[in-house]
Design a protein around this ligand. Structure first.
Ligand code: ZN
Length: 96
């Protein structure tokens, strides 16, 4: 019995180590796809100019998430998920 427990625990530890690997995932609810894009945005009504919120998007959901922000008029910009995070304030008139 005790050897079985030991096996289980070492297998769980293997899972935990794997979970720590940084695999960025799409921010869309229930989507497990790997993220390809990063949407940097803010809500001007509640966020100050220097605040940058980040969503991650797979290729399938980039348009959905961008549309969500766009219909609300939130300033945003889109980067490749592997690009370094841009901490510059997001301008009100995105040009893309
Ligand atoms: Zn997705």
């Amino acid at each position: 019995m005790s050897s079985g427990e030991f096996d289980l625990r070492s297998r769980l530890r293997g899972f935990l180590v794997e979970d720590q690997a940084p695999v960025p995932q799409c921010s869309r609810a229930a989507c497990n796809n790997a993220a390809e894009y990063r949407l940097e945005w803010r809500n001007p009504r509640i966020h100050t100019e220097d605040r940058v919120k980040i969503w991650l998007a797979c290729g399938t959901h980039l348009d959905f998430l961008r549309g969500f922000l766009d219909t609300r008029g939130f300033p945003m910009r889109i980067a490749d998920v592997h690009d370094p995070v841009n901490e510059e304030p997001i301008r009100d008139s995105p040009n893309y």
